[in-house]
Design a protein around this ligand. Structure first.
Ligand SMILES: [Zn+2]
Length: 196
């Protein structure tokens, strides 16, 4: 039987791009690329989801309140907005995560839409069984979203050209890729290989 696909774009927000509070090197480069993916998927009738880090001003996720990260992606600030080069197709669903004061929420599967429905629930409601994932950052939110997608029983394809990592320790992104592959993710090298 044909698989029913969805695209999940992870955290392509200003604070994760150059100039942002928690910038990922070349993070902005995935924005235009993921816009192209999103347009291709939408043209094929594939639903598109975009997750965002959406923190309260005070959360134990931030270093100043006991976490490990600088303040980033605070709700309703410029840093939390999607990068200007990210164009989402009409009907794209925004999924927000990290909104509680005491959780990190790296995974898009921790997020909810405007009506409070979780990502897994939203995907199942559209009978999706295969998700394509790209975005920021390889070694945190992309990795956790991929691993959770597999745990939820979805077939997961990583858009290899549309991810970038933090690499807090050198090699973190490479290790994250290994971990995702061991867990069963498949990869697509470039948009030219996409067959919908
Ligand atoms: Zn965060």
């Amino acid at each position: 039987m044909e698989k029913k696909a969805a695209l999940v774009i992870v955290d392509v927000q200003n604070d994760f791009c150059p100039g942002g509070a928690l910038a990922v090197a070349d993070g902005d480069q995935v924005a235009a690329l993921l816009s192209d993916y999103a347009a291709s998927f939408a043209a094929a009738g594939v639903p598109v989801f975009a997750t965002r880090d959406w923190h309260p001003a005070r959360t134990s996720h931030f270093k100043v309140y006991g976490g490990i990260w600088p303040v980033h992606c605070v709700q309703n600030t410029f840093g939390a907005e999607f990068h200007a080069a990210l164009r989402l197709p009409p009907g794209a669903v925004v999924v927000s995560k990290g909104s509680a004061a005491d959780v990190d929420s790296y995974s898009g599967f921790d997020g909810v839409d405007g009506g409070g429905a979780g990502l897994a629930q939203l995907l199942r409601a559209q009978a999706v069984d295969e998700i394509f994932i790209g975005g920021l950052a390889t070694d945190y939110c992309v990795k956790q979203t991929v691993l959770d997608g597999l745990k939820h029983g979805f077939s997961v394809v990583l858009l290899r050209d549309a991810i970038r990592g933090v690499d807090l320790a050198p090699g973190d992104s490479a290790r994250a890729l290994d971990e995702m592959r061991r867990a069963g993710v498949r990869t697509l090298a470039a948009i030219g290989e996409l067959r919908l």
